[in-house]
Design a protein around this ligand. Structure first.
Ligand SMILES: NC(=O)c1ccc[n+]([C@@H]2O[C@H](COP(=O)([O-])OP(=O)(O)OC[C@H]3O[C@@H](n4cnc5c(N)ncnc54)[C@H](O)[C@@H]3O)[C@@H](O)[C@H]2O)c1
Length: 378
C-alpha cells in the first residue's frame, strides 16, 4: 500500500494540536505530510515547513491557495487536516471540499448550524470523507463501552452524568497564553468558549458511548472569572429521545483538574464509569453491587473494541493512540475508496454528522441560556 499524502492548515510555530495530529498520523505511518498553510503569515508557514522538511513550493500563504494548488497537482494531497482556531474551520473545510479533497477537522466543527449543515451537504455532494477529531472516542475503553451498551448488557439507560472540568483559566488577568487567548476571544472562538471547547467533547462522548440522541436541553452558561466575555462554566440538563436524562458540566476554572473528561452511565442492569485521564481502565458495577474493572489490554474487552489496541497490557496507551485510531480508520477508508472496496460500514470515526450534532447542541444551549434557562429542542 502506498502512503497517502496530506496537508495541514494550522499547526505552526508554538501551536498545540497540529503537532499532536502529525504524531498521531505517524503512529501507523500510513500518510505523509507534504504540504501546509501552517500559519497566518508565509514566513511562519515556511518556518514550520522547513522544520518538517516540506518542499517550499508546497508551503502556502492561504488555505484557499493551498486547496486550489493541491487539487491541480497530479501528486496533490489526499486529505487536508484543519487545526486552526475555530473561526477558520468553516472556510478552510469548505475550500478543500470544493476542491475535491477529503477533510479532517478538529472540533468544534465550525461556528453556526448553517455552516455545519453546509459542510455536511458539500461533503455528501462531492462524495468526500470527513473526519471530525473528537480524539477521546478513539480509546479502546470508550469503544468497549459503546459495544457493551449496544449489546444490551447495561439494559435501558436511565441517566447519564458527564463532565469536563479544566482549571487552566482560573485567574483574573491571565489568559492561558496563545491557546487561551483565542478561546476567550469571540472573534476567533465564536459565540461560545467553554461549551464549544469542552462541552462538545462531552456531547460527543455520551452520544458515541450510549447511542442516545438529545431531544432537548436546558443550559446555564456563566461568565465567572472577572474580565472574561464568553462562558467559562456551563451546566446543561439534557433529555434524550426515549425519556432518559443527562447532566453535563464543563468548566475552565475548576482548580485541580486538567483534562478530566468523565462519563458515568446508569442503566437498568448496572452502571459504568469512564475517565479519560485513566482511560486504560473502565469500571462497571452490576445491580448486585459487584465491581468489575476491565483493563484495555486484558480479557473482557468487547472484541470490536479490543481490535483497536496496539500494545500488550501494561504498556500504556492514551490520547495520541486514540487520535491515531481515528486516523487509521479514516485513512483505511480513503484507501478503500481508491481501491473501489469501500463500504459505508467501514466508517468507525466521528464523521461530519457528529460535528453537526455538536454545533446543534451548542446552538440549542445558547438559545436556552439567552431565553433565561428554558428547555429548548435540539
Ligand atoms: N481534539 C482535541 O482534543 C483538541 C485539543 C486541543 C485543541 N483542539 C482544537 O484544535 C484547534 C486548534 O487549537 P490549538 O490549541 O492547537 O490552537 P493553537 O493556537 O495552538 O494553534 C492554532 C494554529 O493555527 C494557525 N492559524 C490560525 N489561523 C490560521 C489560518 N487562517 N491559516 C493557517 N493557519 C492559521 C496559528 O498560527 C497556529 O499555528 C481548535 O479548533 C481547538 O478546538 C482540539
Amino acid at each position: 500500500m502506498k502512503k497517502l499524502k496530506y496537508g495541514m492548515v494550522g499547526g505552526g510555530p508554538g501551536s498545540f494540536i497540529g503537532d499532536a495530529h502529525r504524531k498521531a498520523i505517524n503512529i501507523d505511518a500510513m500518510a505523509e505530510l507534504v504540504a501546509g498553510c501552517f500559519s497566518r503569515t508565509i514566513e511562519k508557514c515556511r518556518e514550520t515547513g522547513d522544520a518538517l522538511g516540506i518542499d517550499p513550493d508546497r508551503c502556502y500563504a492561504t488555505f484557499d491557495e493551498m486547496a486550489k494548488a493541491e487539487a491541480a497537482r497530479e501528486d496533490g494531497i489526499d486529505f487536508a487536516v484543519v487545526v486552526t482556531p475555530n473561526v477558520s474551520h468553516y472556510p478552510a473545510c469548505k475550500a478543500f471540499l470544493e476542491a475535491g479533497i477529503n477533510v479532517s477537522c478538529d472540533k468544534p466543527l465550525c461556528l453556526t448550524v448553517e455552516q455545519a449543515e453546509e459542510l455536511e451537504k458539500l461533503a455528501k455532494e462531492k462524495d468526500l470523507l470527513f473526519l471530525v477529531t473528537y480524539t477521546y472516542m478513539g480509546h479502546v475503553t470508550a469503544k468497549h463501552i459503546r459495544e457493551f451498551i449496544k449489546a444490551g448488557k447495561l439494559g435501558k439507560i436511565r441517566t447519564v452524568m458527564a463532565e469536563y472540568p479544566q482549571g487552566w483559566l482560573n485567574k483574573e488577568g491571565e489568559w492561558g497564553g496563545k491557546q487561551g487567548e483565542w478561546r476567550c476571544d469571540p472573534k476567533q472562538s465564536g459565540g461560545v468558549n467553554c461549551l464549544g471547547d469542552l462541552g462538545t467533547h462531552i456531547e460527543n462522548a455520551v452520544s458515541h458511548m450510549t447511542g442516545l440522541k438529545i431531544k432537548k436541553v436546558l443550559a446555564k452558561m456563566d461568565i465567572v472569572v472577572p474580565g472574561r466575555v464568553l462562558d467559562d462554566n456551563d451546566v446543561v440538563l439534557v433529555e434524550y429521545e426515549g425519556g432518559a436524562t443527562g447532566c453535563y458540566w464543563a468548566s475552565q476554572f475548576a482548580i485541580g483538574h486538567d483534562n478530566d473528561l468523565k462519563v458515568r452511565i446508569y442503566g437498568e442492569k448496572g452502571s459504568i464509569l469512564w475517565r479519560q485521564e485513566e482511560c486504560e481502565t473502565v469500571t462497571m458495577i452490576d445491580a448486585d453491587g459487584t465491581i468489575v474493572e476491565r483493563h484495555r489490554g486484558n480479557g473482557g474487552i468487547e472484541a470490536e473494541a479490543a481490535k483497536y489496541g496496539r500494545l500488550p497490557s501494561g504498556h500504556t496507551e492514551g490520547w495520541l493512540e486514540s487520535m491515531g485510531n481515528l486516523y487509521k480508520c479514516f485513512i483505511n477508508c480513503i484507501n478503500a475508496r481508491k481501491a473501489g472496496t469501500f463500504t459505508p460500514d467501514m466508517i468507525d470515526y466521528p464523521s461530519v454528522e457528529a460535528g453537526v450534532e455538536g454545533i446543534k447542541f451548542v446552538a440549542a444551549c445558547l438559545k436556552s441560556n439567552e431565553a433565561g434557562n428554558v428547555w429548548v429542542e435540539v
